[in-house]
Design a protein around this ligand. Structure first.
Ligand SMILES: [Zn+2]
Length: 78
Protein backbone atom coordinates (compact mmCIF):
# COMPACT_ATOMS: atom_id res chain seq x y z
CA UNK A 1 0.00 0.00 0.00
CA UNK A 2 1.42 3.33 -0.97
CA UNK A 3 0.22 6.64 0.37
CA UNK A 4 -2.51 8.10 -1.74
CA UNK A 5 -2.23 11.65 -2.85
CA UNK A 6 -5.45 13.39 -1.93
CA UNK A 7 -6.66 15.38 -4.87
CA UNK A 8 -9.57 17.70 -5.32
CA UNK A 9 -10.81 19.90 -8.10
CA UNK A 10 -8.87 23.14 -8.19
CA UNK A 11 -5.86 21.79 -6.32
CA UNK A 12 -2.54 23.20 -7.40
CA UNK A 13 0.33 20.82 -7.98
CA UNK A 14 4.03 21.41 -8.33
CA UNK A 15 5.46 18.83 -10.68
CA UNK A 16 9.01 17.57 -10.70
CA UNK A 17 9.47 18.42 -14.30
CA UNK A 18 8.96 21.89 -15.59
CA UNK A 19 6.75 22.41 -18.59
CA UNK A 20 8.49 23.88 -21.66
CA UNK A 21 6.56 27.10 -21.12
CA UNK A 22 8.48 27.62 -17.89
CA UNK A 23 5.74 26.84 -15.41
CA UNK A 24 5.83 23.91 -13.01
CA UNK A 25 2.40 24.59 -11.59
CA UNK A 26 -0.66 22.67 -12.64
CA UNK A 27 -4.27 22.81 -11.60
CA UNK A 28 -6.49 19.77 -11.22
CA UNK A 29 -9.44 20.29 -13.52
CA UNK A 30 -10.97 16.85 -13.64
CA UNK A 31 -10.92 13.81 -11.40
CA UNK A 32 -11.57 10.20 -12.30
CA UNK A 33 -9.67 7.07 -13.19
CA UNK A 34 -7.51 9.45 -15.13
CA UNK A 35 -6.83 12.93 -13.89
CA UNK A 36 -6.75 15.98 -16.06
CA UNK A 37 -4.45 18.82 -15.13
CA UNK A 38 -3.92 22.19 -16.74
CA UNK A 39 -0.65 24.06 -16.94
CA UNK A 40 -0.99 27.43 -15.25
CA UNK A 41 1.66 28.85 -17.52
CA UNK A 42 0.16 28.17 -20.92
CA UNK A 43 -3.14 26.41 -20.25
CA UNK A 44 -2.00 23.13 -21.79
CA UNK A 45 -4.17 20.18 -20.73
CA UNK A 46 -2.75 16.79 -19.85
CA UNK A 47 -4.56 13.59 -18.98
CA UNK A 48 -2.68 11.20 -16.71
CA UNK A 49 -3.53 8.05 -14.80
CA UNK A 50 -3.46 8.80 -11.09
CA UNK A 51 -0.47 6.51 -10.55
CA UNK A 52 1.53 8.42 -13.14
CA UNK A 53 0.52 11.74 -11.75
CA UNK A 54 1.50 10.77 -8.20
CA UNK A 55 5.00 9.98 -9.42
CA UNK A 56 5.32 13.36 -11.04
CA UNK A 57 4.00 15.50 -8.25
CA UNK A 58 6.68 17.13 -6.18
CA UNK A 59 4.42 19.08 -3.91
CA UNK A 60 0.79 19.83 -3.50
CA UNK A 61 -0.21 23.39 -2.79
CA UNK A 62 -3.22 24.15 -0.68
CA UNK A 63 -5.24 25.81 -3.38
CA UNK A 64 -5.05 28.76 -5.64
CA UNK A 65 -6.65 30.86 -2.96
CA UNK A 66 -3.77 30.54 -0.51
CA UNK A 67 0.01 30.49 -1.02
CA UNK A 68 1.50 33.55 -2.61
CA UNK A 69 -0.57 36.39 -3.94
CA UNK A 70 -0.99 37.53 -0.36
CA UNK A 71 0.40 40.95 0.30
CA UNK A 72 0.06 41.40 3.99
CA UNK A 73 -3.29 39.96 4.87
CA UNK A 74 -6.56 41.46 5.83
CA UNK A 75 -8.69 43.79 3.86
CA UNK A 76 -9.62 47.31 4.54
CA UNK A 77 -12.46 47.79 6.99
CA UNK A 78 -15.69 49.07 5.78
ZN1 LIG B 1 2.84 25.14 -19.95
Amino acid sequence: MRPVLPLAMGDLLLLRKQHPCGSDRWEVVRLGADIRIRCLGCGHLVLLPRSQLEKRVRKKLNSHLSEESENGGGGEPG
